[in-house]
Design a protein. Sequence first.
Length: 451
Amino acid sequence: MEDYFSYTEKLFAPAEANQKPEALKGIRVLDFSHVIFGPVAARILADYGAEVIKLELPFFGDLWRPATYWGKYWKHSNPIWHNITKNKYFLSVNLKLEKSKELIYKMAETADVVIENFAPGTAETWKIGYTQISKINPRIIFLSCSTYGQYGPMRFFPGWDLLAQAASGVLSLNGYPDTDKFYKLPDYLGDFVPGNFGALSIMMALYYRKKTGKGQYIDLAQSEALMRLLFNYTYHSVTGGAIGRTGNVDPTMVPAAIFKTADEKHVALACTTHEQFKSLLNAMGKENLLGDDRFTNNFERLKPENAKFLNNIVADWVKNKTCAEIIEIAVIASFPAAEVVDDYMICHDKWRRARGSVVLFKDDMYGELVIAGPSAQLSGTPSRTKWLARPLGYHNRIVLKKFLGMSEEEIKSLEKKKVIGTFDDRPGLKPPVYYNLNEDTICNYGKEVCK
């Protein structure tokens, strides 16, 4: 096995990623989306080489640019924004103007994908919807992201992450039994998870187009995407009952829960097989329970009174040992256990750094920032980070000149007419205070820069 693991370590080495081809190189994406849901779908494509052009309103930009979780900025930016929009080209265009639509239609001629998450019907009203774009480019794959979908009785209902979690049924299963408290899934999983489904649906549509030459329209609803993580409606259809909330225990195996250790940490422990259960009992010095009829198999252990008894025994054992001791015992005795880690621990985890799951990326504009690596390792065409987010309108010139063949005079005319623009003095829209855009060759593409 040592040879195999040496082989895989070399095969997936993060340091080699930039030397390998990009799976989606040559795919061009127009990203009209904002905040998290749609932008995540676009960013995943960008991570694997797609040319993603993010369109934003001049002097305002994406709603998520100036937002932060805690009311603090990092180098005049929302640090979370970088994970959502890295590797994209930032074009700032006023979609309300007819002249802007001419630019969009021109870009649509050579685009492969369009992503939007305006309120249903808005893109169509602005004349940048699927019916308009598909006439220009019948091969286009057009993804509309919303909370409730592009048709149906709830299509006009406003929605965000929390509402999607509620409408999907996720919230009804999250929390402790016999209480009236429900718990929201942390962060914005109601956006991030559907965003991944969006990227997946685009890849399926691209594959179909490769075989047939036909583009198509994709209607992705957050509330429906989150349902795909659940089996509660199937359970109800065959049993007539609800699964209910189970708190921090696994309802399919015992013992399986989260326990507090002597050093005020927490450990997740789960015994799937009878062998693992035996190993745990031996480690705890409770071998006598193996002969107890209540614990002879998982079915018996799952009975509420038996499960409670076992979990209490494990809790009493764990609380007298440190987390490190529990993990060491688990490795030696061969039963599953893992420390409950927080975000700080993940960011500084040497194992994750070595695998490229967590990356300390050095950006030309922002310097070093810890960001998430790929969710799946591809040996031949790995994802990579080429740059972090950029100021509003940063790529105006390179997009319009390199991609559309426009001249400097034409671009200046568009700026004068306020068809395109950049940023004002708000955090999230502008570059770090120390960074001089006048010396930036990308921002000033095709112009002489001050060195």
